[in-house]
Ligand binder design. Structure first.
Ligand SMILES: [Zn+2]
Length: 200
């Protein structure tokens, strides 16, 4: 068992940002189970290059990602490769939850913690702005798609300490959350742990 080079604890309904160098890996751990985590990444040397759900869907020819799949940028460059996955199925479908989403979908009147703001809070130090927040990898999110194309959010399949591990294919700025929404976390928001491993 190799000790991680760094550990980051993300409390419930919050987020963090970090630099992941090419060859390093990050393990995203569902501490208590049934917790979604949104992950968005940018090229460290040019933050106009960002994770692209469209390119990733196209090149992997699938809507749900797992071990061996590669996450691509808006310039068709590999950004991350999934090296290990306890759950087997992670979409890149949904925009991060946001204040606007809570107002639109749930009629929220008060400020609600949300992934958009939690991603941005960590990314602002790198000069990234709100308009650059695009579709993240919805780690541990469990959605079903009907033949007619309707999507339904179900409780996550992840159990206590299940994890996904991703290797950086370029130097990256990565932002990651413990999602703040009710429905996709089986109505109980809990923490996410991240461990960083050096190049093997
Ligand atoms: Zn969220």
């Amino acid at each position: 068992m190799i000790d991680p080079a760094a550990r980051i604890h993300i409390p419930a309904q919050s987020g963090a940002a970090l630099v992941l160098k090419q060859g390093q890996s990050m393990r995203v751990i569902d501490v208590e189970g049934e917790q979604v985590s949104d992950l968005l990444c940018f090229a460290q040397d040019d933050t106009q290059e960002v994770l692209s759900a469209g390119h990733t869907t196209d090149y992997n020819e699938k809507l749900f990602l797992s071990t061996g799949d590669v996450l691509y940028s808006n310039r068709s460059n590999p950004m991350l490769t999934i090296q290990h996955d306890d759950v087997g199925r992670h979409p890149l479908l949904y925009a991060p939850c946001s204040q606007a989403m809570f107002e639109h979908s749930y009629g929220a009147k008060e400020p609600h913690p949300n992934c958009h703001d939690n991603l941005l809070e960590g990314l602002a130090q790198y000069g990234i702005t709100s308009s650059q927040i695009s579709i993240p990898l919805n780690i541990f999110m469990n959605v079903t798609i009907s033949e007619a194309g309707h999507i339904n959010i179900k409780p996550p399949r992840s159990k206590v300490r299940d994890y996904i591990e991703l290797r950086a294919e370029m130097d990256l700025i990565v932002a990651i959350t413990a999602c703040s929404a009710g429905a996709c976390n089986n109505f109980h928001c809990t923490p996410i742990d991240v461990e960083i491993f050096e190049e093997a």
